[in-house]
Design a protein around this ligand. Sequence first.
Ligand code: HEC
Ligand code: HEC
Length: 332
Amino acid sequence: MSGKGKDSLLGNKIAAGLLTAGLIFWGANRIAGTLVPDEAPKTPAIKITALPTASAPVAAVAAGLESIIPLIATGDVAKGEAFVQQQCSACHTLTPGGAAGVGPNLYGFMGAPMFSGSFAYSDAVKDKAKGNWNYDNVNAWLAAPQTFAPGTGMSYPGIKDTQMRADVVAYLRTLSATPLPLPSAAEVSAATAAAAAPAGAPASTPAPAAEAAPSIDSLFATADLAKGKALVMQQCAACHTFTKGGAAGVGPNLYGIVGAKAFSAPGFGYSAAVKAKAGAAWTDDTLSAWLENPMGYAPGTMMAYPGIKNAQTRADVIAYLNSNSASPEKLP
Ligand code: HEC
Ligand code: HEC
């Protein structure tokens, strides 16, 4: 193969990776809004209409997504179970014969025909119901449901961390009388070889880590509290309460969070992923890094939120969070 051919192939891979990351982020951002269930929704809150670039999203995911096949056998089933209990069981039952909820019962789905249980599936997934669930298609589905099947009723942003997807699938496969066999040695080496092929290329989907985040100090002068509050109510209130003494939800209460000790709300069961970062006071810069990319800041965190990529929007949100306190900090 000529060097030129290789380069353009690499270029294509990078382009596909960027496209995928963009689609995943764009999709997840749209969905984050739908995660706000004021009343328990029996039907998915919002039917998301087609993505503008709906033509090739599945292929893009397949090309840019890290395989979980090498990680299944050593996946942490207990961690996967805890994650599923926390993030999926609001919509799915997991026991044999469990009733459908917002989503279908998941007992025994691995290895079974896709989207074919007794459930009123959306039209969006009917097109995708080709073949049976296996480790590759479940990986793509769970990484970004809205990219896999644009318009799906599953209002869930996806699991961006590859190890976490592997842990979740390692657990999901056990929910069966006859679990799907673990990937064979041959399948593992094929997946490993495919991943190693673009040597030197940037890793596929993981978003840039927190170190890339420049300070947002200069943006507080122009911060818009009302905008910050609106975004928080729309994108964060499904999981967090903001009033003084408010109960923990999926995430901890956030009254007075700016300047408070990170990941230290009494009684809240934080993930192991954030424990190493617990104790230091939240500053505008550490909050900015966390909110830009929770999974990059604390890989494996339970905060299933893709992040706020726009720096001014982060400043708006942090300025609002800071105002939501008995003793607001002085922001730059
Ligand atoms: C907000 C509700 C909601 C959450 C949270 C949710 N799902 Fe779903 N899920 C759905 C809906 C609705 C469908 C059906 C999709 C459709 O019809 O478009 C679905 C479908 C599925 C399917 C396909 C099952 C089949 O019958 O083929 C799997 C697998 C699945 N979800 C796994 C998960 C996992 C794992 C999680 C957590 C990481 C999760 N879901 C979180 C609502 C949800
Ligand atoms: C899907 C649920 C979910 C959404 C949506 C969500 N969070 Fe979280 N958040 C969590 C969880 C869970 C944690 C605890 C993280 C852990 O233990 O890994 C957390 C932790 C935090 C913390 C650290 C709290 C502490 O005790 O130090 C902050 C700050 C935070 N979230 C802010 C936000 C903001 C702002 C938004 C919206 C832009 C948001 N979150 C959206 C679930 C969520």
